[in-house]
Design a protein around this ligand. Structure first.
Ligand SMILES: NC(=O)c1ccc[n+]([C@@H]2O[C@H](COP(=O)([O-])OP(=O)(O)OC[C@H]3O[C@@H](n4cnc5c(N)ncnc54)[C@H](O)[C@@H]3O)[C@@H](O)[C@H]2O)c1
Length: 433
């Protein structure tokens, strides 16, 4: 199959490279010239484990290419995937579909032969109908189908997720689209990847329902963590105790500083808006959004309390600023709320992140970034762990105790054991224990 991927960000680039690895011929298009230039030179514009080798192999074998030229990439394609951003529209909470519709208009001009246009971006229910309407305006003679194929990959494990998905959801309104999509995903289907066909609107909603459910699960355990702190229970045991129930499952039950990232915050908001507009408000999700926002702010208060009620003039060392480990993505990361709140309370904030520094620096003015965890911790009054990168799990604690000026540790990911930290002389605070 010949596939054109419009948008070569986290989703477009990973999906494009994986489709090429299945044996399809893929052109990844992006309007960001610097991004395409980097890709053409073999440099990855994002940090994603395994991506560089996957891209290099498929470029080498002539199945994957990159361009800024959308017009030249459309003719001859069996399927054109739209994988552009759908951020929150400023001030409203709705998903901003400007990029999706702009890409649709651009590609419509150059369609030839029957082509399936697929929205891979996360888009609200009914977006496929509007994409179809725009294409029909430019090409009243038809010659296209519109499908929805939401993406469920997780940054940091994106290639594994794409190649071994729990399910592939495809929303179609006609047989031609169904046949082309089945052929594109045939290699995964052979691998037992369950391919699920639905109507287009249903596929669009499945993505939001999935993200809202996961955000709810995280928020639920975070509230349980607060309760555990008040009643002397341990949230990790509570999570295990409920997670072993197969109806609940163990994943997404790690208490922490609140969910962030490029998807949950904007997708929960967009679902709330869609539901309100449709006259069927999702009150649970509305509450999840509120509770999660408040939680990020509360984490700064937790640090201040652990420091004895004030961080004025104190040096706080933060390990991990990305919204989760194994990514450089800073979108809606809890650190973007916690660090400025500590600065506003008078702290001097130092930070280290294994991959996120470049993205984080412009978003966190005044924060001093360090190359490694140990130089970040030198002379610090307190250590705050915000992102649970593997390499923070086995820090040399004796060494740290020697270099820090104070001994306060606030572990917002529960990666250390309180008893051990106490034995080593740290004043240790975790979440929900
Ligand atoms: N990041 C994730 O983990 C993830 C997971 C599942 C779904 N999604 C969804 O996938 C979509 C894309 O997310 P992302 O994280 O890859 O975004 P991103 O911002 O990393 O990438 C989007 C890319 O599209 C390009 N672009 C925009 N308009 C274009 C146009 N007209 N022509 C060519 N290129 C254009 C941008 O330059 C950018 O490089 C979003 O809807 C998101 O919600 C993301």
């Amino acid at each position: 199959m010949r596939i054109t991927m419009i948008g070569s960000g986290y989703v477009g680039l990973v999906s494009g490279a994986c489709f090429a690895d299945f044996g399809h011929h893929v052109v990844c298009v992006d309007k960001d010239e610097a991004k395409v230039e980097a890709l053409l030179a073999g440099r990855m514009p994002i940090y994603e484990p395994g991506l560089e080798a996957l891209v290099a192999r498929n470029v080498e074998e002539s199945r994957l290419s990159f361009t800024t030229d959308l017009a030249a990439s459309v003719p001859g394609a069996d399927a054109i995937f739209i994988a552009v951003g759908t951020p929150t529209r400023r001030g409203t909470g709705h998903a901003d579909l400007t990029y999706v519709y702009a890409a649709t208009r651009e590609l419509a001009e150059h369609l030839d032969g029957h082509t399936v246009v697929v929205t891979k971006s996360t888009v609200p229910v009914g977006t496929g109908d509007e994409v179809e309407r725009i294409l029909g305006e430019v090409r009243p003679e038809g010659g296209f189908s519109v499908a929805s194929n939401p993406e469920f990959l997780r940054e940091g494990a994106a290639i594994q997720d794409f190649k071994h998905p729990d399910r592939i959801v495809v929303g179609v309104e006609d047989e031609r689209a169904r046949t082309v999509m089945a052929e594109i995903y045939r290699p995964l289907h052979l691998n037992q990847g369950p391919l699920m066909f639905t109507r287009r609107r249903t596929a669009e909603l499945i993505k939001y329902a999935a993200n809202a459910f996961l955000a709810t699960k995280i928020t639920f355990i975070n509230e349980m963590a607060d309760l555990c702190e008040q009643v002397g229970a341990d949230v990790q045991d509570v999570a295990r105790g409920i997670g072993l129930d197969k109806r609940i499952g163990p994943k997404f039950l790690n208490a922490g500083p609140g969910y962030g990232g490029s998807c949950f915050p904007k997708d929960t908001l967009a679902l709330v808006k869609t539901a309100r507009d449709a006259g069927a408000p999702t009150r649970i999700v509305e509450t999840v959004v509120e509770v999660n926002d408040a939680r990020k702010r509360a984490m700064a208060d937790k640090v201040i309390a652990a420091c004895g009620g004030s961080v004025e003039g104190k040096r706080i060392a933060v390990l991990g600023v990305t919204f989760k480990p194994n990514t450089d993505d800073m979108r809606d990361a809890p650190s973007l709320v916690i660090l400025p709140a500590l600065q506003a309370a008078g702290a001097e904030v130092h930070a280290h992140d294994p991959e996120g520094t470049e993205q984080a620096r412009p978003l966190l003015p005044g924060v001093v970034f360090h190359e490694g965890p140990y130089d970040c911790l030198e002379g610090a009054d307190a250590l705050v762990i915000i992102t649970e990168w593997e390499r923070f799990r086995a820090l040399d604690l004796e060494r740290i105790r020697g270099t820090m000026a104070g001994h306060v540790v606030v572990d917002l990911r529960n990666i250390y054991r309180g008893e051990r930290m106490g034995e080593l002389g740290f004043a240790y605070t975790s979440v929900g224990r």
